[in-house]
Design a protein around this ligand. Structure first.
Ligand SMILES: [Zn+2]
Length: 638
């Protein structure tokens, strides 16, 4: 079997793995995602294995070559990985591909021939290896539940996720985001399969054959990332489709009757191992499948379960509202959304065309795609919002801030206001700036100076650079100037509080400033909470918000809605996004997912949102505007 001189490989039990090592391991597959195209041009596969030590190891494999990834067909398969790199991820060992990585896969069934699946041309396989595989098979037979996900079509239930072994008899492109596969496994479904409407689309395959099998074929719609794989499949090939989803639907007929049918969907993404894999003719499950296909009864007619419309009225709202919607479009409407609703689940979906005809104010649940959004540059979307007077303003530019601070610095510090019971003061005189004086007042806690990382400092006459230096070292910084009787805050064009890199601003219209001495009343609090500081100083704090315009399109109409959100929608705080590159990347990724460039809108994800309408009077004209609310980006998005 081997052309390579036997090397003695040492296999590490999964309970003895250490980060930073390269090991050889054996294991039984507990979970896997068939190879899929990841963000770049690489294929990715995720495999979780377990061995007799009962310790699990999850491995992430990347390769430019699909075939180089482990050839796993089902849970319970046995794998051998050579040169697997172990790294520590979230305190757990994780396996990743290292250079020279190689894998063999074996069927896990007791008694099945031990034939390695691999793309390697030469590999080492000894009697010792044979024993390892047999031992794992024996162990797995009592420790791993068999792949119960494998179901034949005659046994499928409505609302089920299962793995199907089948033969492809026809395929057709439906639109950019979905693709039709016609398959069979020789058995008949308990309800007739739905038929996806493909009027103008070319069905690839032997039409006479498909017609002959028609009672036995099912229509599967695959979405998004699976479309690419589906396109590449050859008619006649044997497939395993993982985590296929069934739904029972009633289809309206012309009369008062409706027909129950079973829909098959392979949803987008790779969660739960969703995917498609071509099985070779040599696979033992293909053997069984071929037998089933040969003995299939082609003459049996399909049951049709006609029931009266009144019995089943509520199960198909989407079709009854618009008779011309084809079945796959209905499914598209029910597919998972890239956003989730945080409330009001009872609201029914309303098409945009209907919303555009109605008066304000109202609330709607919509399902639409994001055709475009403004502004394109993230930093332009961050604004300051007053929760009291609802005014919106731009976040001051650093250059402007320096001018405001410079103006305040022209006033010389008053000696009388230094070293009080509230704070100790230190004065610095700058050398090369005309003797500008900077005074830093360190606020005490019950007469004692706290540690610098807990200490609030007041700065008088400081420039932006000095403020940044202080905010780096001290808990909080407040820019102040000498007033007639007490230190006072600068004009609210400047931040009233700086913590780390976050600047807190107050509303000029709504605030009525109180003396700095009032800080006394919050001094016992261990941390300087911005809202508490604002309150004692008489400030109505402004919130950082994202303000964006989303142009939604659901195929029935186009509607512009605006989003004003501090952190609920994106799960990213607007106050920190401008100072954190990682958060910016997160946001860019989210927007790129919602509204990807370079592809047709058909392939964009659906967004489910709540919007409320309200009237705005613009001169003589009444205009209806829409705002997004109680909606958040789905967590497993990326
Ligand atoms: Zn205000």
């Amino acid at each position: 079997m081997s052309l390579v001189p036997a090397t003695n490989y040492i296999y590490t039990p999964l309970n003895q793995l250490k980060g930073g090592t390269i090991v050889n391991v054996y294991g039984v597959v507990k979970f896997f995602k068939p190879p899929y195209l990841s963000k770049g041009t690489d294929y990715c596969s995720v495999v979780t294995i377990v061995d007799q030590t009962n310790v699990k190891l999850t491995c992430l494999f990347f390769s430019g070559n699909y075939e180089a990834l482990p050839i796993i067909y089902k849970i319970g398969d046995i794998v051998r990985f050579h040169r697997l790199k172990i790294q520590i991820y979230k305190n757990e060992p994780q396996g990743i591909t290292s250079s020279g990585f190689a894998s063999l896969t074996f069927e896990g069934t007791l008694g099945a021939p031990v034939i390695p699946r691999t793309s390697s041309k030469c590999f080492n396989f000894t009697a010792e290896d044979h024993k390892m595989v047999e031992a794992l098979r024996v162990w797995a037979s009592t420790h791993i539940s068999p792949s119960s996900m494998l179901v034949q079509l005659c046994d499928v239930q409505p609302m089920q996720y299962f793995d199907l072994t089948c033969q492809l008899v026809g395929k057709a492109e439906v639109d950019g985001a979905s693709y039709l596969l016609k398959v069979w496994d020789g058995t008949r479904t308990p309800f007739p399969s739905w038929r996806v409407l493909i009027q103008d689309l070319v069905l690839e395959g032997d039409l006479t054959h498909i017609h002959r099998l028609q009672n036995l074929t099912i229509d599967i719609l695959v979405y998004d990332n699976h479309v690419r794989v589906a396109k590449s499949l050859k008619v006649g090939s044997f497939l395993r489709i993982y985590s296929l989803h069934t739904k029972l639907q009633s289809v309206n007929l012309q009369s008062q009757a409706s027909l129950l049918s079973l829909e098959f969907h392979l949803h987008g993404g790779t969660s739960y191992g969703r995917g498609i894999r071509v099985l070779p003719e040599s696979n033992s499950d293909v053997d069984q499948l071929k037998k089933a296909l040969e003995s299939a009864d082609l003459t049996a007619t399909q049951r049709s379960d006609i029931i009266s419309q009144s019995e089943h009225e509520d199960s198909f709202p989407a079709l009854s509202s618009s008779g011309s919607v084809s079945l796959y479009e209905v499914e598209r409407c029910q597919q998972l959304s890239a956003t989730i609703l945080t409330d009001h689940q009872y609201l029914e979906k309303t098409p945009l065309c209907a919303i555009l005809k109605q008066k304000a104010p109202q609330q709607y649940r919509i399902r639409a795609k994001l055709r475009s959004y403004k502004p394109k540059k993230l930093f332009q979307s961050v604004k300051l919002h007053c929760p009291k007077c609802y005014s919106l303003q731009e976040v001051p530019h650093e250059g402007n801030l320096d001018i405001i601070l410079q103006d305040a610095a022209t006033q010389s510090p008053d000696n009388k206001l230094q070293n009080t019971s509230l704070y100790d003061s230190e004065i610095w005189t700058t050398k090369d700036q005309g003797g500008r004086k900077v005074v830093v007042h360190f606020v005490k806690n019950n007469g004692i100076l706290p540690l610098s990382n807990e200490c609030l400092v007041l700065i008088e006459g400081g420039m932006l650079g000095e403020i940044f230096k202080l905010s780096n070292k001290f808990h909080s910084v407040i820019p102040v100037r000498s007033g007639p009787e007490d230190l006072e805050l600068l004009d609210l064009s400047a931040p009233f509080l700086i913590q780390g890199k976050v600047f807190y601003y107050g509303c000029k219209q709504c605030s009525s400033l109180r003396p700095i001495q009032n800080l006394n009343s919050v001094i016992d609090k261990t941390s300087w909470i911005p809202s508490s500081v604002a309150e004692v100083l008489g400030i109505v704090p402004l919130e950082y918000v994202f303000v964006m315009t989303f142009t939604f399109d659901d195929g029935t109409g186009v509607l512009e809605a605006y989003l004003k959100d501090s952190e609920k929608f994106f799960q990213v705080p607007a106050s920190e996004v401008l100072i954190d590159d990682d958060l910016q990347k997160n946001m860019d990724m989210i927007m790129d997912m919602f509204c990807p460039s370079g592809i047709k809108i058909d392939a964009y994800p659906w967004l489910e949102c709540f919007i409320r309408s309200y009237s705005v009077t613009n001169g003589m004209e009444q205009q209806i505007c829409y705002q997004i609310f109680d909606t958040t980006v789905a967590e497993d998005l990326i």
